[in-house]
Design a binder for this molecule. Structure first.
Ligand code: ATP
Length: 536
């Protein structure tokens, strides 16, 4: 992971936000290569889910044909949206404060291990990355018990790494930034929504929130879409956009950020068909990741147990990836696919429903009035053929663009061996990104900067640039230029050499196989096009 983080900075995939001022935790900027990667990822999602969807054909595994459309909603919405969605009351994590360091931590994310010295057992916690955790726990344990290096053997550190929420009490916990034991408070609820103020007056009634998910923008526009676009159920609405969560312990690179992008679909269907659609979307979304290059050994589909589900839901599954910063055997969520029943549309219509009631009724306050009033608008759907009127059920595949980008970067990072210009095998770092995701599709090099080679190379570069993001590089030894493109994940390198001027051919080198093929200059564009096409 350290090697990947350093490559991301060195080659301009990812930078810490506001780095020159010391950075701000939980915010990340995408550099010149990173922005292309993330854009390609979002474009692939948009194409594969929305714009490229053929509503005339029923895809394999789908119960029927269906339509897909897109939306782009605002980040700030009416505050009532978040009251009816449940985020105002329920969107919180548990946090603990340290009385000594005055720092705040997320209860279920601080890890540590039990250590023992002369019969006294304490739990040493740390925010260190998983690879450094054992060493850091040992170092802090030694310091706590005032042990010298020569007595290191007298301290035992348990193998098992635990999060604070797995402990019976925090009495014997050494908090991550504390010197004394038992400095953590009891866990408290902390709402993750970022508050902001509308207008200049700034009273409590002007308080609103930065959206913590894009989904609600889709629900509140359901009627607009049905009335304006002639879509018929079953159909899906997709949206890609920023979301904000005031995460207590942002960590693991971009995995848990405070500002991130989501790619979400709300799929509306008849209640009788919702189970089949749930299964369809779960399998379809899993296949999307493997098709773009995540290995199936590193991916799992975790179905939530029935007792974890709300009664109105027939299922929720998380697609999870074995990120290298997680302990062996643990996975991190890339996407959740949830059957949400009619909870959201009815809550926006009637007032926030109480998910514990069956059948669901509006949650009431102490005066017997709705706790959070709905819009009062009729969000039911009338089938114009059968004339049946119903509130559709919703299947929600909700993915994170930043987590997916990180998973593809982790998967792509490879160290292998390749010959240098003298034919000697050298270790090379190569980002084996799928060509669709690769920031740069091809690089064009003149072997040397003379004998007419740059002119030919520039012509090829100009022709390719009309179709793809390509890169021209005439500086330095050609082997070094290949290495730079390998690190950027560029699938093809085109080299113009002495022979090119006479036989009008160039070499195309494949990043992964290192195979070099000679291709006519006039065929370079179509050759790259056909290789790119083969990868989709
Ligand atoms: P987690 O349990 O990891 O906090 P979640 O279950 O709250 O995630 P959802 O509300 O289901 O996440 O959001 C859908 C997707 O949005 C997640 O699968 C993830 O890809 C992305 N996402 C959520 N929170 C973050 C975050 N803080 N940083 C980056 N991506 C996020």
């Amino acid at each position: 992971m350290d090697a990947l983080v350093s490559l991301c900075k060195r080659r301009g995939f990812l930078f810490q936000s506001s780095e020159i001022y010391g950075g701000v935790q939980g915010f990340w900027d995408y550099g010149p290569l990173g922005v292309e990667l993330k854009r390609n990822l979002k474009d692939a999602w948009w194409h594969d889910m929305i714009s490229g969807h053929n509503e005339l054909v029923s895809p394999a595994g789908a119960p029927s044909t269906f339509e897909m459309v897109g939306l782009d909603c605002t980040i700030i919405m009416h505050p009532q949206v978040w009251k009816c969605s449940g985020h105002y009351d329920l969107f919180h994590d548990h946090m603990v404060d340290c009385r000594e360091s005055k720092k705040r931590y997320r209860f279920d994310q601080v890890r540590g291990r039990f250590v023992e010295y002369q019969g006294k057992k304490i739990f040493v916690s740390t925010l260190a990355e998983i690879e450094q955790e054992e060493d850091e726990v040992r170092r802090r344990g030694m310091k706590f018990f005032k042990l010298r290096a020569k007595n290191a053997d007298e301290l035992t550190v348990e193998k098992e790494s635990l999060t604070l929420d797995k402990l019976d009490s925090t009495e014997n916990v050494l908090a991550p930034d504390a010197k004394a034991l038992g400095t953590l408070t009891e866990p408290r609820e902390f709402n993750l929504m970022f508050k902001t103020t509308l207008g200049a007056l700034g009273g409590e009634e002007d308080t609103t929130f930065l959206r913590p998910e894009t989904a609600q923008g889709i629900f509140v526009n359901f009627k607009n879409v049905v009335d304006s676009s002639r879509v018929r159920i079953p159909f899906g609405i997709g949206q890609v956009g920023k979301s904000f969560r005031n995460e207590i312990t942002p960590r693991n690179f971009t995995f848990r950020s405070r500002e991130f992008e989501q790619m979400e679909i709300e799929f509306f269907c008849h209640p009788n068909q919702s189970q089949e659609w749930y299964r369809y979307w779960r399998d379809r979304r899993m296949a999307w990741y493997t098709k773009l290059g995540l290995s199936s050994e590193s991916l799992i589909m975790r179905e939530h147990h029935t007792e974890e589900l709300a009664h109105y839901s027939v299922g929720t599954a998380d697609i999870e990836y074995a990120f290298p910063f997680l302990p062996e055997g643990e996975y991190g969520e890339l996407e959740g696919i949830a059957h949400r029943g009619d909870f959201d549309l009815r809550s926006h219509m009637e007032g926030k429903l109480d998910p514990a009631t069956n059948p669901m009724t509006v949650e009431l306050n102490e005066h017997g009035k709705p706790k959070h009033r709905g819009s009062g608008k009729d969000l039911a759907y009338r089938d114009d053929i059968t004339n049946e009127k119903f509130v559709p059920h919703v299947i929600e595949p909700s993915a994170g663009a930043d987590r997916a980008a990180l998973a593809f970067l982790c998967e792509a990072y490879t160290e292998d061996e390749a010959p240098d210009e003298n034919g000697k095998m050298q270790t090379r770092t190569v980002m084996k990104l799928d060509p669709r995701l690769a920031p740069i599709k091809a690089a064009v090099f003149p072997l040397v900067k003379k004998d007419g080679m740059p002119e030919v190379a520039q012509e090829i570069y100009g022709a390719l640039k009309e179709h793809y993001n390509v890169f021209y590089d005439a500086k330095g030894a050609v082997g070094r230029r290949y290495r730079r493109q390998d690190e950027a994940g560029t699938p093809y390198c085109i080299t113009v050499d002495g022979d090119s001027l006479t036989d009008k051919t160039v070499t195309i080198r494949d990043r992964d196989t290192l195979e070099q093929t000679r291709v006519k200059i006039d065929d370079v564009v179509s050759e790259i096009q056909s290789r790119m096409k083969a990868s989709t």
